[in-house]
Design a binder for this molecule. Sequence first.
Ligand code: NDP
Length: 300
Amino acid sequence: MAATVIDGKAFAAQVRGQVAEHVARLKQDHGITPGLAVVLVGEDPASQVYVRSKGKQTVEAGMKSVEHKLDAETSEADLLKVIEDLNNDPSIHGILVQLPLPKHLDEDLVINSIAPEKDVDGFHISNVGLLGTGQKSMVPCTPLGCLMMLRDHHGSLSGMDAVVIGRSNIVGKPMAQLLLGDSCTVTIAHSRTKDLADVVRRADIVVAAVGRPEMVPGDWIKPGATVIDVGINRLDAPEKGEGKTKLVGDVHYESCAAAAGAITPVPGGVGPMTIACLLANTVTACCRANGLAEPEGLTA
Ligand code: NDP
């Protein structure tokens, strides 16, 4: 039977709709407008696209959007001052510093200077610790999006075997923590894992976050398993015309879809969920800051 295609684009639109509804209620009932500030240092073209998209979707959801575009040569002290001002600004509930930062800036220092309760990327060391100990935290957006899609598809994940391929701080590790929190039996695989094919074949849920185009072939997938493809890889596509490119994930889509019970496509799977979850985290942060009930289904 053909795999169910998990439509991240449609799901993200639904999440954005829920966020917009909650924002409207916050405005109407409490006179509060959630605010998100994005800080971009330098002119990395991909980062500029992400920041534009985040700003646009923030405004579309009815929230306040603030962008700080700083010169690539900005000193660490000046960047920290911008963050301190945002930490102290009551109209800002979420702060995101677009990564990667120019080499002369210490990413850990900068991220850890964001007030943890405004850290809507969930990368602050306090949020990492809270997630690791199963306490209420700000959860990194991409893994949160994956978790929402898995819960939506399966209902309960309890007792399922999950393999996360990749152990980065922004995707692999928090993903594994979230799956553990939902009572999966979790294996984290990485570049030193022996017999990766055998490890993946045991899994009811495979989350691929590797950054290697189409690395996971269909014959690694247990029949009926759910495959979440986090990878975004741009490949040359001469068949589409000279200089054209196409996006592929970390799994080989056609062969994995033939074996899986459900699969996320690339593009249109995990990608759109990331910004939707950023908006969700901003509303959550705003509700927590004001001692109000958090929106249901938009947090881990
Ligand atoms: P990183 O490069 O930080 O981490 C990659 C991980 O994959 C590492 O843990 C590495 O292992 C592991 N790995 C590399 N090669 C292999 C291999 N041959 N076998 C098994 N494991 C391997 O990447 P990210 O986590 O930041 O991103 C992963 C992918 O997700 C990328 O394609 C990225 O573009 C995409 N992404 C997508 C997002 C979205 O919104 N959809 C958001 C963030 C990322 P080791 O630790 O041993 O080196």
